[in-house]
Design a protein around this ligand. Structure first.
Ligand SMILES: [Zn+2]
Length: 653
């Protein structure tokens, strides 16, 4: 550059004695001067230093310095700071120089270290039987063959003396036979194990790593092309570097690595980067798998899992431990609960549940054995009930369900019995009894239809109708059953072969419920009629009982007993057309409850048919106040046997 062209030697227009010193770089008015001498400065009352640059500075210093007032900017501190930066001492040594220094030093140090290591390895190799020469040397040392050669080759000695020396040597060597055998054996083994004695592979890997490390030297952090397959660029925070991935893996809580160790890994991350960047991390994990996220668990849970895994491994490998766990007090108690009959757990599930409890024993153990039952005694009581008892209990519960639907407690028999026979429960407090019978109205469940046997006091009598009193036979047996039939052998009156009435002397009471079981019997194959029902006692000597339409008619013919319509009890509640196949016998049941207008005939004991009084006659049951049992008697070879007579609380259906 031509310096002369850069000199500025103009004199001031106003002050000719002065040279121009300043250039006004910011000019607000076109006509104002841009060149200033010292006096111009003096005279300008609004002179601002920041707007004026020293011309000599522009000329002489711009090569090596920043001109602090040029160019005009909004913030002059930028120029000031820039100026400071280039005046910085460190910057005086160039980066190129630093790079050169770094590599020179590196080469020297590496070569020094390599030399040292090389010598060390060679020394070690020399001590090993790694080649013919070394094996031979070792052999010579052990066998002392050189000494033997010396002895044999010493021609100056007399034959005798040579023989003596030789013998002595042989004897010495002979005495070391054991020792030499051992040493030669070792030598042989060492030769054979040559591959174990020297290994180049590991060091070759180290050599490769050194190359890689050297390749990774980079002074320029922004240079993303340096390692095109790596993510070590610190500006790229989106993805983890390979080393960070490895560190994360190693840091998994389940590895229990110390903080100190992990910190060392982190500190050395940059060295490791160079190594791990050689590895493909794309298939780091098995498909769809990730390390178990133990770090998201709190410490307590994590410790529990650790304990749990120890436990599982022991269960798997140690039969005695397995037995100990299964027979532990805690599990025995829990198994009792599982086994308890009242749980109704299926046997497969029981087995699975027990297995699960064995596996999670460490977690269960935190429960504490004492806390399982709040009343052990009561648990035992329930646990020990028999299967039958349990079934009975369930039966009661089921019946209770039914009863609750049908009845209210106030109508229940249990409530009635409780009030009647309180004294029969002396062991229970009154309040307890109330509550228990309310919860378990057992008397509603059990069959409480108490029947009172009235057969013994039930008397049949003959009526005078058609001279019944002379022809009818009534035989009361020892067991109180009563047989009624016609016997005309001794009768010679006008009503021979006429029908008559047999009635009970007992007048049936309005509010009572009666059951009579009466057998119809024939002793020949003729046709026979039977009428059974009620009639008024006051009419029994005057009319045939069937005229009151409170009876049911059966005809025995052709091997069967059949119902015939017409006498009042003709309405079927169950079945239709009652027919009973038998040549001689038919048992029926008569049910009477006058107050309830009930008069029914059923076949007993099958109850396949149920006949009741026609509705139009039912009011007679309450209108007449002297109704009694009525049987129609006609001809011989047939009879009625009253087998049972009861007064009941209620009819079963
Ligand atoms: Zn001037």
């Amino acid at each position: 550059m031509d310096q002369t062209n850069n000199k500025f030697y103009q004199t001031c227009n106003k002050h000719s004695q002065n040279q121009i010193t300043f250039l006004k770089v910011i000019s607000d008015q076109r006509d104002s001067s841009i060149f200033y001498c010292i006096d111009c400065v003096n005279e300008d009352l609004s002179f601002k230093g920041i707007e004026h640059v020293l011309i000599p500075q522009i000329v002489s210093q711009s090569e090596k310095n920043i001109i602090q007032k040029w160019p005009p900017v909004n913030d002059y501190s930028i120029l000031e700071k820039l100026s400071k930066e280039i005046s910085n001492e460190n910057f005086s040594i160039s980066a190129i120089q630093q790079i050169n220094n770094f590599f020179e030093e590196l080469k020297v140090e590496i070569i020094k270290k390599i030399d040292f290591c090389q010598k060390k390895m060679i020394n070690q190799a020399l001590n090993l039987p790694l080649g013919k020469e070394q094996i031979l040397n070792k052999y010579k040392e052990i066998s002392q063959i050189e000494t033997l050669k010396q002895i044999l080759g010493n021609y100056q000695d007399q034959f005798e003396s040579q023989e003596i020396k030789c013998r002595a040597f042989l004897s010495e060597i002979e005495s070391k036979k054991e020792e030499n055998t051992q040493q030669l054996q070792n030598l042989l083994e060492q030769c054979q194990r040559k591959k174990e004695l020297i290994n180049f592979e590991k060091s070759m890997t180290i050599r490769q790593s050194i190359y890689t490390l050297i390749d990774s030297i980079n002074f320029f952090p922004n240079d993303s092309n340096q390692f095109n397959q790596s993510n070590i660029n610190p500006l790229n925070n989106q993805r983890l570097s390979n080393t960070q991935k490895i560190i994360e893996l190693v840091s998994n809580k389940s590895n229990f690595c110390s903080q100190e160790f992990l910190e060392q890994l982190r500190v050395n991350q940059e060295y490791l980067d160079a190594i791990f960047n050689q590895i493909s991390f794309e298939n780091m994990f098995q498909q769809n798998k990730q390390p178990i996220r133990f770090q998201q668990l709190n410490n307590q849970k994590f410790e529990e899992i650790n304990e749990y895994i120890d436990h599982l491994i022991k269960l798997q490998n140690d039969q005695i431990y397995n037995q100990q766990i299964q027979s532990s007090e805690l599990l025995r108690k829990i198994f009792q609960v599982v086994d308890s009959k009242i749980n109704f757990i299926s046997s497969d599930v029981k087995i699975s549940l027990k297995d699960i409890f064995v596996q999670i024993y460490p977690l269960l153990n935190k429960l504490g054995v004492q806390e399982i039952f709040n009343s052990k005694q009561e648990f035992e009581l329930v646990k020990n009930i028999s299967e039958v008892m349990l079934q009975d209990f369930i039966l009661i519960l089921k019946k209770k369900q039914e009863i609750n639907i049908q009845n209210t407690y106030h109508q229940s028999i249990s409530n009635f019995i409780k009030q009647q026979v309180e004294t029969k429960f002396p062991l229970l407090e009154r309040n307890d009894l109330d509550r228990i019978l309310l919860n378990f109205p057992v008397f509603d469940v059990v069959k409480t239809n108490k029947q009172i046997d009235i057969l013994k006091n039930f008397e049949m009598i003959k009526t005078k109708y058609n001279d019944g009193n002379e022809r009818i036979q009534i035989i009361k047996n020892l067991n109180s059953t009563c047989e009624i039939f016609i016997n005309e052998q001794q009768y010679f009156g006008i009503f021979k072969g006429q029908f008559s009435n047999c009635i009970s002397s007992n007048i049936l009471e309005n509010d009572k419920k009666y059951i009579f079981r009466i057998q119809l019997e024939v002793t020949d194959q003729n046709q026979h009629n039977f009428y059974i029902g009620l009639m008024q006692k006051s009419q029994s000597d005057l009319i045939s009982g069937d005229e009151q339409n409170l009876s049911c008619k059966f005809k025995k013919r052709r091997g069967q007993f059949e119902h015939f319509i017409g006498l009042g009890i003709d309405q079927y509640k169950k079945g239709n057309k009652l027919v009973y196949q038998d040549n001689f016998k038919f048992m029926l049941e008569l049910r009477v409850w006058l107050g309830g207008q009930v008069l029914q005939i059923l076949d007993y004991p099958k109850y396949e048919y149920q006949l009741e009084l026609e509705d139009k006659f039912k009011n007679k049951l309450i209108k007449y106040d002297d109704l009694c049992l009525y049987l129609y008697l006609f001809e011989e070879n047939r009879k009625y046997i009253i087998k049972e007579a009861y007064q009941v609380d209620q009819f079963d259906f």
